[in-house]
Design a binder for this molecule. Structure first.
Ligand code: GLC
Length: 509
């Protein structure tokens, strides 16, 4: 079957700050990623997605971009980026970069010019400024807590759906369109294979910026704040640019929504190639919930994707542990087999291949996610899934940084047992399991059809076939019989006497 690389790719998210630090300042960087490319090739992924490494004051870990065409010195230089792309390509790995079009940094030249210009000026028209008097222009709340508006000394307010350091751009201004088309070309010319679009369902806000009931301010299909129909025009423009380059360049949207139909609207022949399927990530440990998401997705979304963790959510090992303590790792490994057996592409988050848990007890004073501060410490925020990776050794910094350097977030002592080096030497490790699963998927995938068929499943379990592959998962409390098979190809835990234990999945032929 001949189809573009991204259709069934396994993409590995690199949260650059926390992946590998070559410079020794305690923060991950592009040279660190480059050194670890052999690890990623051995793991067996097809592509990497790099979180933002652009110039940024780092109010939100780089999702506040002050120059979209340069690398922040914290992460290296454009030369480091070019070298990384060249080496990744030489190893057969594609490179996806993040693009952040909903907002810029408040230190971006445009916002600085807007601050210096009067109300009603073209400089202010690139952002969402409004008059409001003593009170903000409307009742919108920031996704990071607190009001979505900040007032300037001259009395005008500006909108920021995230931190005040992330002013929202005004996509009704044609200058904004032209700028981002140029930014896309800048990185495409440097050889990137695709883009991950930050807050892809943002961008446009309803005309008049109306007050909105709190329940409609949540991420949903269409609200005054999210998923405006005009947004799709932007991706049509972007798709034309992507298609004007050779090599199946792609874009995947970060689309938080409450319906598969809405997700599918972004994935069209003249729009994005993919959108993250967060319904899969949000599903509880339940065969009914899993089946519903799978059926909904396959029936609705062309080129489906599957994702369990990323840099914004509690790691799935820990999510699964929350309902039944002690089960998290087994469930995480089982869920992987299901997602890798499904048609479409899968997104992994750095460290899940090591079975890393969320770090829930970061010492006070170390947390850096703006959510923590903005919520007055009520919400922990996302630092717990961003703790730097343990590569080797028995003490901090576990090979993340050169010895003696302090990683930007402290790593737990238990991570000595979870280092990549330790696991690489152990055939029973989570890392070895991920390598086996990815290798097997790679050998099978082009021969498997695009659809699945459900088989009768014992209570608590799910069984489906995809061509010659059978996948079963047991989400219930009791062992269930294995479906008919000739061979066990891979299982996420040990299998005894023809039964599938709880919290275990298997591939059969
Ligand atoms: C996206 C990013 C998240 C960031 C936010 C604002 O959701 O994944 O990390 O904080 O956008 O840019």
């Amino acid at each position: 079957m001949d189809f573009p690389w991204w259709r069934d790719a396994v993409v590995y998210e690199i949260y650059v700050r926390s992946f590998a630090d070559a410079s020794g300042d305690g923060v991950g960087d592009l040279a660190g990623v480059r050194r670890r490319l052999p690890y990623l090739a051995d793991l067996g992924v097809d592509a990497v997605w790099l979180s933002p490494f652009y110039r940024s004051p780092m109010a939100d870990g780089g999702y506040d971009v002050s120059d979209y065409r340069d690398v922040d010195p914290l992460f290296g230089s454009l030369d480091d980026f070019d070298a990384l792309v060249t080496d990744a390509h030489a190893r057969g790995l594609r490179v996806i970069v993040d693009i952040v079009p909903n907002h810029s940094s408040d230190e971006h030249a445009w916002f600085q010019a807007a601050l210096a210009a009067p109300a009603g000026s073209p400089e202010r028209a690139r952002y969402l400024f409004a008059d409001g008097g003593e009170l903000p222009p409307n009742n919108w709340q920031s996704t990071f807590s607190g009001p979505a508006w900040t007032r300037l000394p001259d009395g005008q307010w500006y909108l920021h759906l995230f931190a005040p350091e992330q002013p929202d751009l005004n996509w009704r201004d044609p200058v904004v369109h032209a700028e981002f088309l140029d930014v896309l070309r800048f990185w495409l010319d440097r050889g990137v294979d695709g883009f991950r679009i930050d807050v892809a369902m943002g961008l446009y806000k309803a005309a008049g910026l109306p007050d909105t009931p709190p329940e409609d301010q949540a991420f949903k299909a269409e609200s005054p704040i999210w998923g405006r129909p005009e947004t799709h025009e932007v991706y049509r423009e972007w798709r034309k640019v992507l298609d004007s380059y050779p090599g199946d360049r792609m874009a995947v949207g970060e689309v938080w929504t409450d319906s598969a139909e809405d997700l599918a609207r972004y994935v069209r022949p003249d729009e994005l190639q993919q959108s993250f399927n967060f319904a899969w990530l949000q599903a509880p440990w339940s065969p009914t919930a899993f089946r519903e998401v799978i059926d909904d997705t396959l029936a609705t979304v062309p080129s489906p994707t599957w994702v369990l963790s990323n840099h914004d959510v509690v790691r799935h090992r820990t999510r699964y542990d929350e309902t039944d303590p002690g089960t998290g790792l087994a469930r995480a490994k089982a869920a992987l087999l299901v997602m890798l057996a499904l048609p479409g592409s899968a997104y992994l988050y750095q460290g899940e291949e090591l079975g890393l848990p969320e770090v829930t007890d970061l010492p006070p004073g170390t947390r850096q996610d703006p959510i923590f501060e903005r919520s007055g410490g009520e919400l922990f925020g996302r630092d717990g899934c961003r703790v730097p990776l343990p590569w080797s050794g028995t003490a901090m910094p576990y090979g993340f940084s050169p010895d003696g350097a302090r990683p930007w977030l402290p790593q737990p002592v238990e991570w000595a047992a979870l280092s990549a080096e330790r696991q690489a030497a152990d055939p029973g490790s989570t890392l070895a399991y991920y390598q086996r699963a990815l290798a097997l998927r790679r050998s099978l995938r082009r021969s498997l059809p695009d659809g699945i068929a459900w088989l009768d499943s014992p209570e608590g379990a799910l069984v489906f076939t995809r061509g010659t592959l059978t996948c079963a998962i047991n989400c219930g409390p009791d062992p269930v019989p294995l479906p008919p098979h000739e061979r066990v190809l891979l299982s996420s835990g040990s299998i005894h006497a023809g039964t599938l234990p709880p919290d275990t999945a298997v591939w059969l032929s």
